[in-house]
Design a binder for this molecule. Sequence first.
Ligand code: NDP
Ligand code: HSE
Length: 445
Amino acid sequence: MKPATLKPIQVGLLGIGTVGSGVFNVLQRNHGEIMRRAGRGIEISMVADLDTARAKTMVGQDVQVVADARAVIANPDIDIVVELIGGYGIARQLVLEAIEAGKHVVTANKALLAVHGTEIFAAASRKGVMVAFEAAVAGGIPIIKSLREGLSANRIEWIAGIINGTTNFILSEMRDKGLDFDVVLEEAQRLGYAEADPTFDIEGVDAAHKVSLMSAMAFGVPVQFDKAYIEGITQLGAQDIKYAEQLGYRIKLLGITKKTAKGIELRVHPSLVPAKRLIANVEGAMNAVMVHGDAVGTTLYYGKGAGSEPTASAVIADLVDIARLHTADAAQRVPHLAFQPDSMSDTPVLPMGDVVTSYYLRLKVADEAGVLAKVTGILAALDISIDAVLQREADEVGGEGSTQTDLIILTHDCVEAKMNEALAQMQALPTVLAPITRIRKEELA
Ligand code: NDP
Ligand code: HSE
């Protein structure tokens, strides 16, 4: 059938803020090109936003603007509801109500899906509607489609990604320009990258939402955000960024999920990454995701992970998918989480103590004989092998005449529980003068 012969599919937008306005603008601008791909027009005919006056100035006279999102869901002419409000509160209710009303749903809301995904996907399966969420992970990068479709031949072994633009922007600006954390965070908020509550960004929660979704799609397990280990960037010191650089590493906030013989690792934390890896050179608000599959090897996906139009690009790709597929038999569609719902696995998520990785340790120590021997002795007794040691001149660290210095140790792989034991013993030494900094290290080879 020719595109023009099908009536345009009708879309209702809930929330027209940063992402919603991008969706509206890109759909307007690229309407013809998108229609040629979708096989029919995609038309936003109704918008709900709390600020109706602002929304009206954005969308003009031809689009109905309402304050009550439920009016969009109740409209029988709307085929697809796009939720771009955010959060787990009203957004959850509206998404479930839209599904109940038989609407397909598109959302960029990773927080909602990470916490309530199981309930939402089950409701959608019962009703035979699609819930599409390409924009929820890594913004404009089509990583969901890659995991669900492009890599479906593989046993996926691990995923590691820079999946929060705000924190990558902060780390890049701190390293390059020596700017303060707070100054850069404000800039990320101004540019529309940060979450409504930016602690979600800087404490690693947003990245954990995203990696929990990818983990489910990679390994065919439920979305288990509640089991993710989460550590943000607020404790990172400028000196660690500097020392890492001297050792040939960059510090990145990584979301990591890995399948091991014992279970699944699911974790977000700052990580040292060798500076020679492509992913170590991903700067500013850019995102990048590495996926390792047994057949394909390591693949890397790079692009803008946030911002109005990059995120809109992913939302509209979902709209095109739905426009193409909504008349297909529900059982024949790509499953929400890549695996058929009756073929999910119950492989457990490993506690952090069982995770195996290598480490960067920074100890502020008294600059006196025997200190290094005591520290390395503790590591040796626990069978933790040292990869490299860097000791700074006391004068260089604390100024002329200083009696303290920084001792930096890189270790080989060991199980986290053993490292915790070593840290407790080292911390108890009278010559260790401040809390030890521990940053995990990922070779991503
Ligand atoms: P914004 O805060 O910019 O936009 C949200 C909009 O929803 C605002 O216009 C707000 O109105 C409106 N709104 C709030 N409550 C209601 C309600 N009850 N009914 C109708 N409208 C309502 O958020 P973003 O566009 O940045 O984010 C939207 C979603 O996309 C979030 O889930 C976010 O995590 C996700 N996302 C965002 C990205 C980005 O780069 N910004 C990237 C990827 C995902 P008002 O302003 O008047 O309160
Ligand atoms: N706050 C998120 C980020 C937006 O900084 O990456 C994109 O999900």
